[in-house]
Design a protein. Structure first.
Ligand code: FES
Length: 103
């Protein structure tokens, strides 16, 4: 079963920023790239690094530990050592509030 969860308002997540959010054991990353909001799991699939402490760019988020960059639309790593995609979540904006669909 899926559920839309209200996370925060758009004013809490400015362009170029990331934030983390936990929901029922899921550790989720929210990122704003040029006004578009993405949500993925936030623990790197290579090892136990929190991607919200990495670097955000137009290419995605770069892991702070071994520098794999993940595309936030698809979750797919763009370079080694990570090989497994991040889980991605649907996002919607309603009345300036950000909702994430968690399954
Ligand atoms: S922990 Fe992220 S690339 Fe190694």
């Amino acid at each position: 079963m899926t559920e839309w969860v209200k996370v925060c308002s758009m004013s809490d997540l400015k362009k170029g920023e990331m934030l983390d959010f936990d929901y029922e054991g899921k550790k989720i990353l929210l990122a704003n790239i040029n006004g578009k909001v993405y949500a993925t799991d936030r623990i790197c699939t290579h090892a136990d690094a929190d991607l919200t402490t990495g670097m955000l760019s137009e290419e995605g988020v770069t892991c702070p530990l071994h520098l794999s960059t993940f595309n936030l639309e698809t979750g797919i790593p763009q370079n080694l050592p990570a090989e497994v995609p991040l889980k991605t979540y649907n996002v919607k904006i309603e009345q300036n509030e950000i909702y994430v669909e968690v399954a």
